[in-house]
Design a protein around this ligand. Structure first.
Ligand SMILES: *Cc1c(COP(=O)(O)O)cnc(C)c1O
Length: 364
């Protein structure tokens, strides 16, 4: 049997008729950018997440960098971010000329919430990533941001629908930043992103900024950019959003099946923190025998991925930040231990059973 790390067409074929009907509807409507689908999707996604506003954008990265820019964050400012996140989170900071202050993750791969020590007079925001689909513990962070009058921004690109104490991610900070890249839990069929917020002024500013800084056509109140979610993607996202809870449930069932059936002392299965839920964007195991496990699984026809092999502070592109090996030992160790196993919507019973059998049979 062959198991790919992800098979994106499975979730397309699950709702094929609905997607194709919507695609034709949009194609025949004559509206392709900033039309009724985007407006409806924004309303529906805001309702789903539990915020007053959602603004559609061209990508998750745009949500991050435009978000920090519109909060007034720039050169000389510091933003606290976790050292084991995807590099796009950090780019959202550095694209504005601000400095990322890296902190180590906790046992659940999420940002440790003991952050007081990292606050300086230059700190403008905490940018928290709900990594691999698991919500971060938010109480202490929310309180810390209030106390120091700094912004809390959430990178929710991997965690659509995840909750902390029953409250959805994207509602805790001033801004929730989402990606709809095809492989994300709420993925579209191209690029897409959005922010969620309860702040009227910020939502308004995003609507102008994404469209060259213009709210009234050809009148530019600020210098913005082009970052629009298109009608086709918004329409298809509306279809998928109606199925998101069942898609998440399917992932939860698959993950729980693996967690229950697999028992092998050579690797650690993922764990979920108290009060946090996960939408299982990625199923990540930890092992000191990663190379061995990877090549063993490959020999069984099972494809795996590494999220992520090099932490941002050691990426060549960030040489100028002057970090070195040893600066963030937990994140660096994780980069050598983590392995993402196949777990995707539409995974068959036979496929998950095959995965379980092979995982249990792994030995050195
Ligand atoms: C995917 C991702 C992004 C970037 O989203 P794009 O839509 O690809 O720009 C940002 N942060 C995290 C944690 C991601 O996983």
């Amino acid at each position: 049997m062959e198991l790919k790390s992800n098979v994106l067409d499975r979730q397309y074929f699950m709702y094929q008729e609905e997607y194709e009907k919507k695609a034709l509807e949009v194609l025949r409507s004559g509206y392709y950018i900033m039309g009724p689908e985007v407006k409806s999707f924004e309303e529906e996604f805001a309702t789903y997440v539990g915020t007053k506003h959602c603004v559609g954008l061209a990508s998750g990265l745009d949500a991050l960098w435009i978000g920090l820019k519109l909060l007034g964050i720039g050169v000389g400012d510091e933003v606290i971010v976790q050292a084991n996140t995807y590099i796009a989170t950090v780019m959202g900071i550095t694209m504005n000329g601000a400095t990322p202050i890296f902190v180590e993750p906790n046992h659940f791969h999420n940002m440790d919430d003991d952050l007081e020590y990292f606050i300086t007079p230059k700190t403008k925001a905490i940018l928290v990533t709900h990594l691999y689909g698991q919500a971060t513990k938010m109480d202490k962070m929310v309180a810390l941001c209030k106390r120091h009058n700094i912004f809390l921004v959430e990178d929710c690109a991997q965690a659509h629908g995840a909750t902390y104490k029953g409250q959805q991610v994207g509602t805790f900070g001033v801004l929730g930043c989402f990606s709809f890249y095809p492989s994300k839990n709420l993925g579209c069929f191209g690029d897409g992103g959005a922010i969620t917020t309860n702040d009227d002024q910020l939502a308004d500013a995003f609507k102008a900024y994404r469209n060259y800084g213009s709210k009234v056509r050809y009148y530019n109140e600020m210098i913005g950019t082009n970052s629009r979610l298109d009608e086709l993607q918004a329409g298809l996202l509306r279809v998928k959003l109606t199925h998101l809870n069942e898609l998440t449930n399917e992932r939860v069932i698959l993950a729980n099946k693996v967690l229950k059936a697999v028992n092998n002392p050579l690797f650690e299965l993922p764990e979920v923190d108290k009060d946090c839920s996960t939408v299982w964007h990625l199923f990540v195991v930890k092992t000191d025998y990663r190379a061995e496990l990877m090549s063993y699984l490959e020999s069984c026809g099972i494809q795996t991925l590494i999220h992520y092999p090099v932490p941002p502070h050691l990426q060549k592109g960030y040489d100028y930040l002057n970090h070195k090996v040893g600066d963030f030992p937990i994140s660096e160790k994780l980069a050598n231990q983590v392995l993402t196993l196949p777990l995707y919507n539409g995974m068959t019973e036979d496929e998950v059973n095959y995965l379980i059998d092979k995982l249990n049979a792994f030995k050195l």
